[in-house]
Ligand binder design. Sequence first.
Ligand SMILES: [Zn+2]
Length: 142
Amino acid sequence: MIVEIASRVSETLLAEAAGAGACECCGLLLGMPGLIAAAVPARNVAADPARSFEIEPATLLRTHREARGGGQQVVGHYHSHPNGQAEPSVRDAARAVANGEIWLIIAAGAITGWRVVDGDPGGSAVHGRFLPVTLSPASAAV
Ligand SMILES: [Zn+2]
């Protein structure tokens, strides 16, 4: 699976991760299937933001509402791993829902993409839940 990502989204995510320091940054991704066109940073309201993330509910609600009104979709979300681990954690797997959303993880100055699978017959999914998504720079201005 290949998903295109706008360059300004990549730039925003890398800056957000760097700015969050020892805490995980998080936010939502807007666009359409196969294209991530915009990022909406959110406050991480997790009890332990250094090791987990929870998108502030008010931002979640507002973004879904505005996306519907603006003809866009919430296609996924992102968070960072300050420990540099460039794949989903066991904690991520425990809360992963196979709803088609893209997970982006920023770690060690790079972005990786993932999607949640319900079953893992091939046995290759990370923690039995996540398969990698290939991220490609968006070909057209979005
Ligand atoms: Zn994580």
